[in-house]
Structure formats: structure tokens, C-alpha cells
Design a binder for this molecule. Sequence first.
Ligand code: ATP
Length: 199
Amino acid sequence: MHLRTLTLRGFKSFASATTLHLEPGITCVVGPNGSGKSNVVDALAWVMGEQGAKTLRGGAMSDVIFAGTASRPPLGRAEVSLTIDNADGALPIDYAEVTISRTLFSGGGSEYAINGTACRLLDIQDLLSDSGLGREMHVIVGQGQLDAVLRATPEERRGFIEEAAGILKHRKRKDKALRKLEAMAANLARLTDLTAEIR
Ligand code: ATP
């Protein structure tokens, strides 16, 4: 599996559609300060489901939408598509090439798609979670983040390893199921009280 292309349109400083072609191996993005190198990495995290505006170096999620310049008006939406070579079947989907896309509208709505078919954010997170490109984004190491990893507590470090090993997904599902069980138990207790009152 490798990342093939990344297309940005209206995302941060990339007002016009821009496609980066990534070959297997190492890709370097070079450019002057402030030219948008980190915005490319932000786009990668964003299309893979990143939900934290701060992680994307903004105050609000809408900050990813091209805000305009002296010569160009702001845009009403940000779109990013990532095409992944899945010839080795690393992603659990029957396609040799998978394109995931995310769009955010300035009005607030957002859309996600896998190979052009609309889907939920959860579907994208599920698709990527066993590939090492999980929701916690430990595959993207930002400036200064290496230091944070080195200084992490043993619990946090365990979290990184669990994410890499694909365990975190199951832990999250378990937590969700336990929360549902708790809510169900509360409902049952209430029902028992009501039945007792009626009798
Ligand atoms: P450095 O080498 O200093 O780390 P960089 O090449 O990584 O810089 P980025 O941080 O990716 O640069 O890009 C910063 C630029 O992106 C700034 O000029 C900023 O104005 C622009 N930018 C960020 N968000 C938006 C937005 N929503 N609309 C328009 N431009 C934006």
C-alpha cells in the first residue's frame, strides 16, 4: 500500500486544485517559509479524518477553507482527495485503488466519500484503522511532536503501540458497547421501578 495522489482544492493556501503525485519511497516537499508545505501535511491528516482544529493549526475547523488573499476572494468550500494504491489489499476493501475524499462547506456541512460514494466519517476511520493510518494519526509526526512522544507517559506510549498494532479500534468499540450497556441498565432499573409502582 502506498499513497498515490493528494488533491487539494480550496484547502488553506491551495485555492486552485493542486495534485501531488507521490511515488513509492520518500517524497520531499520543499519551498520557502510560509509557502504551504505544512498545509499539505494538514490536508493529509484532514482527509484521513482528523477532527481537531488545533491539530490542523487552526482555531476552528472552518479555518481550513481558503480565506482569500488581496487578489483572490475567499472560497465556500475545502476539498481534499487522497488516492491510495491498494494492490496488496492492505485496506479491507475490494479495490486495487481507493480514493477517500472530504469536503467542508463554509455553511458548516461536510461530506465524506470512498471511491466517489458518499459515506460517513466512521466508514473512513474504520477503513484506515487497521492499516496503521488510524484515527489517532500517530503516522504523522509534526514539528515538535517527536519530543512529545519521547516525553509521553507509559500509558500514552502504550496507546501509541496499541494504535500501531490495531488494538485501539477494538478498545474503542468495547468502550462504546460498555457505555450502551450502562445506559441499558439504567433504563432497566427505571422500568423495574415503574413496574413496581404500577403493581
Ligand atoms: P514553514 O517552512 O515556515 O514551516 P510552510 O511552508 O510549512 O512554512 P504553511 O504553514 O504550510 O507553510 O503555510 C502557511 C501559509 O498558509 C500562510 O501564508 C497562511 O496565510 C496560509 N494559510 C493558512 N490557512 C489559510 C487559509 N484558510 N486561507 C488562505 N491561506 C491560508
